[in-house]
Design a protein around this ligand. Sequence first.
Ligand code: SF4
Ligand SMILES: [Zn+2]
Length: 141
Amino acid sequence: MIPNTDWLQHAACAGMDPRAFFSTGNHARAQVNAARRVCAACPVREQCANWAIQTGERNGVWGGMSQQELRQRRRRFTSRAKTSMTAPKAPAKKKEPAKCGTRSGYQKHLRDKTEICAPCRQANTDADNRLRRTGTTRAAA
Ligand code: SF4
Ligand SMILES: [Zn+2]
């Protein structure tokens, strides 16, 4: 798939000398910084950076990023793509059975028609009291 380049018509660097974005030689650092200042005000710098990453562009400043920064982002981009494509889905977390000594434990006893143990009975009483006091059965955080 050829990456879409419609964003280019909004580029802040349109009409500029492209050499400003491809720094070489002694003044490379100053050139990169000057290019970056143009990018900073560019409305399409995200698209521009992504484009450079997707096409594997290995020269110049794109989306306000130097090649070094683009490389870092490319690594993140590809490692993310890899994980989302190949990582096996984490198994669905089994729901913990309701623990005794909680209100859900109490309710589980009711559902399962098992004998309500003392901790569950206590938890339910506590929750009831909280409900009366605070309007919620939730324990204070
Ligand atoms: S982000 Fe920079 S290089 Fe990319 S289009 Fe905008 S001004 Fe040009
Ligand atoms: Zn219990």
